[in-house]
Design a binder for this molecule. Structure first.
Ligand code: AMP
Ligand code: MG
Length: 318
């Protein structure tokens, strides 16, 4: 079973192929705005422009199915993916599989790390969620305002760093010293907008590296705290980090300390599959195809707001 997967939910356009459960290609191209944050229409224009080239590179075999990320994401970007899925379905005369982008992050994380039944910490530019399987995905905690990656990118942008700011801020933070900042955890949820405003303000009186270091220490501690509570509650024996922010080494180190103290395992999705990519959509599509979930062309649709605990099959019912 060979599947081409299309990712277009936000800043990244990606196409990748799987042959049964093996990834055989994975090509991505990220839209980098000249200034400011991501504008949905500009990102969609990028995707439309680059799609042909990326898909050509990714199509290393003739596909039997096309999978596309149908949710959640930015409307104009999702639309490009849906249109491309239809195009490929007609071109190769193959069925279509809609995939939840968040579930794809989880599926590829489990596949590449060999995790069995982990607590999932999904941390990316647009999401911050603590998820676990309890007869279906359940969300145990999440951000009440902006996503962790978004908070990082916004502070980095304030520091005149090009998008994506995560790796640059991580470098800058390496030699900083600690400044106390707001720490906002509410039960199982957390909030990042207050600390972001605070961090921007204290840049007037503190060095960039101290602010970067302290910002990271606080936002990561908040995440580790709610994750630890979720582990205590669910009794899971593994934590799996997925999404672009999982590439941060300091974050992994902090999770490792907590996991060691609790005697549980830490698994981290490999960098190639951490950020948005097409191979994860193909792989998640493979799992769906095995269950017999495909849709005809006339059913192709996309949903900007769709949570991982909502039933995707229901959304595509005739
Ligand atoms: P995604 O939305 O899953 O594609 O992930 C993109 C997000 O991951 C962006 O917000 C990046 O800034 C963030 N990111 C990537 N690498 C790192 C890193 N080393 N540290 C922190 N954040 C990162
Ligand atoms: Mg993502």
């Amino acid at each position: 079973m060979k599947i081409i997967g299309i990712e277009s939910t936000a800043h990244t356009f990606g196409a990748g192929m799987t042959h049964n459960d093996k990834v055989i290609s994975n090509v991505v191209d990220m839209h980098i705005p000249k200034e400011g944050g991501i504008h949905p229409r500009k990102a969609a224009e990028h995707h439309a422009k680059i799609a042909g080239k990326i898909i050509k590179e990714a199509l290393v075999k003739k596909p039997d199915y096309v999978a596309y990320a149908c949710c959640p994401g930015l409307g104009p970007c999702l639309k490009i993916g849906a249109v491309i899925a239809k195009h490929l379905a007609i071109k190769f005369n193959i069925p279509i599989i809609p995939v939840n982008h968040a579930e794809a992050h989880i599926d590829i994380g489990i596949k590449t790390t060999g995790a069995k039944d982990p607590l999932i910490v999904y941390i990316s530019g647009g999401n911050t969620q603590i998820i676990a399987n309890r007869r279906g995905w359940k969300i145990f905690g999440e951000t009440l305002d902006i996503a962790i990656g978004n908070a990082i990118d916004k502070l980095a942008r304030h520091l005149k760093m090009a998008h994506p700011g995560g790796p640059k801020l991580e470098n800058l933070a390496r030699n900083g010293t600690f400044i106390k900042m707001p720490y906002t955890v509410k039960g199982m949820d957390l909030s990042y907008s207050g600390i972001l405003t605070h961090a921007k303000n204290v840049l007037k009186t503190h060095s960039k590296k101290d602010v970067a270091y302290s910002f990271q220490e606080h936002i990561f501690s908040m995440l580790v705290e709610v994750s630890e509570r979720a582990v205590a509650h669910t009794g899971k024996k593994e934590i799996l980090l997925v999404g672009g922010v999982a590439q941060n080494l300091r974050l992994c180190e902090m999770f490792k300390i907590m996991c060691n103290e609790r005697g549980i395992k830490l698994k981290v999705v490999p960098p190639e599959f951490a950020g948005d990519n097409g191979a994860m959509i193909a792989y998640s599509g493979y799992l769906k195809a095995k269950q017999g979930f495909t849709i005809p062309i006339k059913k192709v649709n996309y949903f900007q707001r769709m949570r991982v605990d909502q039933n995707l099959q229901e959304m595509f019912k005739v």
